[in-house]
Design a protein around this ligand. Structure first.
Ligand code: UD1
Ligand code: CA
Length: 461
């Protein structure tokens, strides 16, 4: 057996293909599952193996694929997609090692686990062979390469090149391989494109290597990992498996999920213990939820932080920050730049944008608050609105500590309301209000004819 010390591991991910069967303008590996591009799952499974280098073969939409790759991954451009064998050939030009083990992973198997990849590499090294391929017996092998193994020679025939008898074989190639670096370099030089697609098939390398230095199969234990993504139906199935895995992981860590069927939590989300997630909830992007929160039912938070003990009910958050024990909803919309202080409240049918709401302040009903700095202990009456946009500029509103506004108050920005001021119901405030003063009124006056309207007397008949 080769010791890992003198047998370094290098990894290649194949991600240059278009993914024709996705019927998409986006490269297949860019399609997301639970918020994360497919290729990143594959890289995530390789990461714990700590390869000396990780090269990702890009081609179709190369720049877009590069832009989602983590720092540890180097991209290698395959200008023309001339087949999986050609892709590995191109990638190996960027690999300086001549001895060691090469792990090759198709970019379209997002469910593969690190444990399986580690098992494949270990099997390969223990067997001391030139090549090892991950295989599985599948009830429905449609579309996949069929594998036969005989006395150290592994043969893979693509379905489109297979005879009827070969198609009856249910042992399939899952597109994951370990190779001796020297052996694969040699074999790639001998590949021929005499197949139905006129491509260089990586799979043909198995037979070439097997004849010289033996090749073996490694059988996948957990068949859910074999869910490869070639079309949208398979994408949905793989995403469902990942979604359940994510939910299970949160539940293991002490989060209550009342209805896993209707709860969608992306791979990037963090949740503290004793938080309860109620049905119909979506938590996405860089969302972070503290402990002892109640989120949902029917809430949708993206890139939003919720601190311990807060409540978010029937609401939408985008780039918002909800403080400790704050309460949101039902039916609130928190837009980017919203910061809710401790024990504050944004209640029913309120929209808040680019606004800081101080500790214990309340915006309980039917308000729009934008571009506002609000102190602590403020209470806005139902229907209080900040007119932050004059059609040209966005202007700021400042509301001091302890301000109270009556219902239907309009705050015409830019405007400042001093600490402890009291604004009467229906008032329209377009000048600064000093601290501690009561301000009322906005009588409507008839000025002239409404522009561009007919008077009743103009009507015929
Ligand atoms: C391949 C295998 C097949 C296996 C299946 C498992 C070959 C010839 N066949 O078939 O035996 O059952 O995977 O999923 O390898 N790619 C490139 N450059 C290319 C061509 C492909 O980077 O020139 C990438 C694709 O982006 C994809 C991966 O290689 O991530 C596999 O390519 P794909 O065309 O999906 O191969 P299959 O036909 O599925
Ligand atoms: Ca494929």
């Amino acid at each position: 057996m080769n010791e890992p010390e003198n047998n370094p591991l290098v990894a290649i991910v194949l991600a240059a293909g278009k993914g024709t069967r996705m019927k998409s303008n986006r490269a297949k590996v860019l399609h997301t599952l639970c918020g994360v591009p497919m290729v990143n799952y594959v890289i995530g499974a390789i990461r714990p193996l700590s390869p000396e280098s990780l090269n990702v073969v890009v081609g179709h939409q190369a720049d877009e694929v590069r832009s989602v790759l983590p720092e540890e991954a180097e991209s290698v451009l395959q200008r023309e997609q001339l087949g999986t064998g050609h892709a590995v050939k191109v990638a190996l030009e960027a690999v300086k090692q001549t001895e060691g083990t090469l792990l090759v992973v198709n970019g379209d198997g997002p469910l593969i686990s690190a444990a399986t990849l580690a098992g494949l590499v270990e099997r390969h090294r223990n067997a001391d062979v030139g090549a090892t391929v991950l295989v599985a017996g599948m009830d429905d092998p449609a579309g996949l390469g069929r594998v036969t193994e005989d006395a150290g020679v592994v043969r893979i025939v693509e379905e489109r090149d297979a005879s009827d008898e070969e198609r009856g074989n249910k042992l399939v190639n899952l597109g994951l391989y370990a190779f001796g670096l020297a052996e694969i370099r040699d074999a790639l030089g001998r590949l021929e494109s005499n197949n139905s697609q006129g491509e260089l098939y990586l799979t043909d390398a198995l037979e070439i290597i097997g004849k010289k230095s033996r090749a073996v199969t490694y059988h996948l234990e957990d068949l859910t990992e074999a869910n490869l993504v070639n079309d949208r139906a398979q994408l949905a199935r793989a995403e469902e498996t990942l979604r359940r895995r994510i939910l299970d992981a949160h539940m293991q860590e002490g989060v209550t999920v009342r209805d896993p069927v209707s709860t969608h939590i992306e791979a990037t989300v963090e949740i503290g213990r004793d938080t309860v997630i109620l049905p119909g909830t979506f938590l996405r992007g860089a969302t972070k939820i503290g402990s002892d929160c109640v989120i949902g039912p029917s809430s949708d938070l993206m890139d939003t932080t919720v601190e311990d003990g807060a409540l978010v009910e029937h609401s939408v958050g985008r780039g918002a920050h909800v403080g400790r024990k704050a309460s949101v909803g039902p039916y609130a919309y928190l837009r980017p730049g919203t910061v809710l202080g401790r024990k504050s409240k944004v209640g029913a049918y309120c929209e808040v944008k680019n606004t800081h709401i101080g500790e214990g302040s309340k915006v309980p009903h039917l308000s729009y608050v934008g571009d506002t700095q609000m102190g602590a202990g403020v209470n806005l009456g139902a229907g209080t609105i900040t007119a932050n946009y004059d059609g040209v500029n966005k202007n700021r509103t400042e509301i001091g500590d302890g301000v109270f506004t009556g219902i239907n108050t309009n705050l015409i920005a830019p405007v400042k309301v001093g600490e402890g001021a009291y604004l009467g119901a229906g008032s329209t405030i377009n000048k600064d209000i000093p601290a501690g003063k009561l301000a009322v009124g906005a009588p409507a006056r008839v000025i002239r004819d409404a522009p561009g309207r007919k008077k009743p007397s103009d009507k015929k008949g």
